[in-house]
Design a binder for this molecule. Structure first.
Ligand code: FAQ
Length: 313
């Protein structure tokens, strides 16, 4: 079969809803797009440990500390599943991490914002994990098997994260005036950056048409963002939190919330490395990588010893 026939056969499989597995033939661009998206997703999970890790020592009770510790550990685990999934596309973990540490590969814009108060643990769980769930529930049905399967487990864990975040904010909203103000301030800071997590508008999204055609993305950026808004507003009303968007209003005809425009200049700045915490996040990850060098060397030496023992036997 020539290239054209192979591509047609591949697209037919996708259109029929078949799942693509690592050993199947795939267009080079499909492989490259998946590597880009999955590695960026994995980097986001790992960088995502930093804003919350910042509060582990200052959690207000032992219970809150244990929950936060488990959550941060879960995010690290998610990064590892996704790196493993991406390795099936013929790229090594070292290469992916190398591209991230050199600044070539991106990670989610949301993790370049600082966590200034305990309420931010609530806002991250409720809004950031909430946005991640909307995005990842769709990805759990994507055309690439290893990515879809990783998403199934990740979504289950993210649901716990989402509930614990909402519970933190609900508790604060039932507390003192200062606690309610702290919760409100946090949501006011995290609302717009959470909407940015879904990426640029569909018309400005260069990768969407390929990804939608290949069913890596099942829904567009704007569709998922709207879904997130529609499901989050009633939750905000339920606990008395105000969403910092004066343009927000329910449209009875479309049965969706209308909302104000995102500050795309801010988004562009953050993804170009000029956000509040970009430098700090990269510095922390580079240090963690350097500090972990001895672990990688020890693991490598151990693996080689095992191989030479097996050969001797
Ligand atoms: N941040 O053409 P598009 C989590 C870039 S959840 C940074 O629309 P695409 C869980 C994009 O890469 C967060 N960059 O791109 C957690 C591209 O640049 P490039 C991670 C962004 O791929 C919770 C350019 O803009 N989730 O970690 C962003 O079709 C709590 C053009 O954009 C995922 O990664 C952004 N927000 O759609 C952890 C989900 N948006 O690569 C800890 C998987 C866009 O050409 C605590 N990824 N860009 O240089 C996706 O669904 C997609 O990749 C999108 C972007 C929707 C993010």
């Amino acid at each position: 079969m020539n290239q054209q026939e192979l591509e047609k056969k591949f697209q037919d499989r996708i259109d029929k809803g078949e799942i693509i597995e690592p050993k199947d033939w795939m267009p080079e661009q499909y492989r490259k797009q998946l590597i880009r998206m999955m590695s960026q997703h994995a980097h986001s999970e790992v960088v995502g440990m930093l804003p919350e890790g910042n509060w582990i020592t200052r959690a207000p009770s032992l219970r809150r500390k244990a929950v936060l510790l488990a959550k941060v550990q879960d995010e690290g685990g998610h990064g590892l599943y996704i790196y493993s999934g991406a390795e099936t596309l013929d790229i090594s973990r070292e290469e992916m991490v190398g591209e991230f540490l050199s600044g070539k590969a991106k990670y989610s814009s949301i993790f370049n914002y600082p966590t200034l108060s305990w309420a931010d643990m609530g806002a991250i769980g409720w809004l950031v994990d909430g946005a991640a769930i909307v995005n990842q529930t769709a990805l759990a049905k994507c055309s690439y098997g290893p990515y879809a399967r990783a998403m199934v487990r990740i979504c289950k864990e993210e649901n716990f994260h989402h509930k614990q975040g909402y519970e933190i904010l609900a508790t604060l909203m039932k507390g003192t005036k200062e606690q309610r103000e702290m919760a409100q301030d946090s949501v006011s800071r995290f609302w717009w950056p959470s909407l940015m997590m879904f990426g640029p508008h569909d018309k400005d999204s260069p990768h969407s048409s390929d990804l939608l055609r290949w069913k890596v993305k099942l829904f567009s950026n704007d569709t998922l963002r709207q879904r997130f808004i529609d499901r989050t507003i009633p939750q905000a009303e339920n606990i008395g939190i105000e969403i910092p968007d004066p343009a927000l209003k329910w449209n009875e005809e479309t049965r969706h919330y209308e909302h104000g425009e995102i500050d795309w200049n801010e988004f562009k700045n953050v993804i170009s490395g000029r956000g509040i915490c970009n430098k700090e996040r990269m510095k922390a990850r580079r240090k963690a990588h350097e500090d972990g060098a001895w672990v990688r060397e020890a693991a490598e030496a151990y693996a080689q010893k095992k191989v030479s023992k097996a050969v001797a036997v």
